[in-house]
Design a protein around this ligand. Structure first.
Ligand SMILES: [Zn+2]
Length: 199
C-alpha cells in the first residue's frame, strides 16, 4: 500500500511506498524534499498521482539544516557587529560638552547638602537632554544599533533553531545581540535612575 500525501511545499498529491514512512522524499513536481507522513493523508481518487522519484532517510535533511544554521548565524554575527559599530559611533560622536558633563563629578567646594547635590544632578540631566535634543544624529544611531541588534537576535535564534550542535556562529551571533541589548538596558536604566534622583 503506497502512502499518499500532499507535498508540504506545493500541496500537490504524491505517493511513495509505505516502507518510506517517516523518511523524507523529493516532490516530483516542485523538487522540494518533504517529510513522508506515517500514513496516507488523503483518499485516492481517479486522478493519476505522481510517484516521488527519490526517497531519503530523514538524516538527508541534516546538511540542509546545518547550511541554514550557518547562513543565519553568519548574518546574526554581521548584524551584531554593525550594532556595536553604531554603539561605538554613538559614543564617539557624543558632543564634548555632554561627555564632560557625564564625566564630571558634583561641585566639590566644601560640604554639599543633599538638596544641592539633587539640584546639581537635575541640572546635569536637563543639560544633557537639551544637548541630545540639539543632536538628533545620536538618538538615530542608537535606534539603528537597537534595530540591528534585534534583527541579530532573531537570526541567532533562527540559526540555533535549525541546528545547535557545533553551531558556534549561532551562539556568537545570539551572544553578541543579547550582550548589546543588556548594555543598552543598563545604560538606559542608569540614565533613568539619574533622572529619578534628580527629580
Ligand atoms: Zn511539491
Amino acid at each position: 500500500m503506497p502512502i499518499r500525501f500532499y507535498c508540504a511545499s506545493c500541496a500537490r498529491p504524491i505517493e511513495v511506498d509505505d516502507e518510506h514512512a517517516g523518511k523524507v522524499a523529493a516532490c516530483p513536481y516542485c523538487r522540494q524534499v518533504v517529510p513522508v507522513p506515517p500514513q496516507s493523508t488523503y483518499v485516492p481518487t481517479a486522478q493519476p498521482v505522481e510517484r516521488s522519484p527519490e526517497v531519503f532517510e530523514t538524516a538527508a535533511l541534516a546538511p540542509r539544516r546545518r547550511q541554514a544554521a550557518r547562513t543565519y548565524g553568519t548574518y546574526a554575527i554581521v548584524l551584531g557587529i554593525i550594532a556595536y559599530g553604531l554603539m561605538i559611533a554613538t559614543v564617539l560622536l557624543t558632543p564634548p560638552q555632554v561627555r564632560e558633563k557625564l564625566a564630571s563629578g558634583p561641585p566639590a567646594t566644601g560640604p554639599v547638602s543633599r538638596q544641592e547635590l539633587a539640584r546639581w544632578q537635575e541640572q546635569q540631566v536637563r543639560e544633557v537632554l537639551e544637548e541630545l535634543r540639539n543632536n538628533p544624529l545620536q538618538p538615530a544611531l542608537g535606534c539603528g544599533g537597537l534595530f540591528f541588534a534585534i534583527c541579530g537576535l532573531v537570526l541567532g535564534i533562527a540559526s540555533l533553531a535549525q541546528s545547535r550542535s557545533g553551531n558556534w556562529r549561532g551562539f556568537v551571533g545570539l551572544g553578541l545581540s543579547v550582550l548589546y541589548l543588556l548594555l543598552q538596558c543598563a545604560g538606559s536604566l542608569f540614565f533613568v535612575m539619574l533622572s529619578r534622583g534628580a527629580g
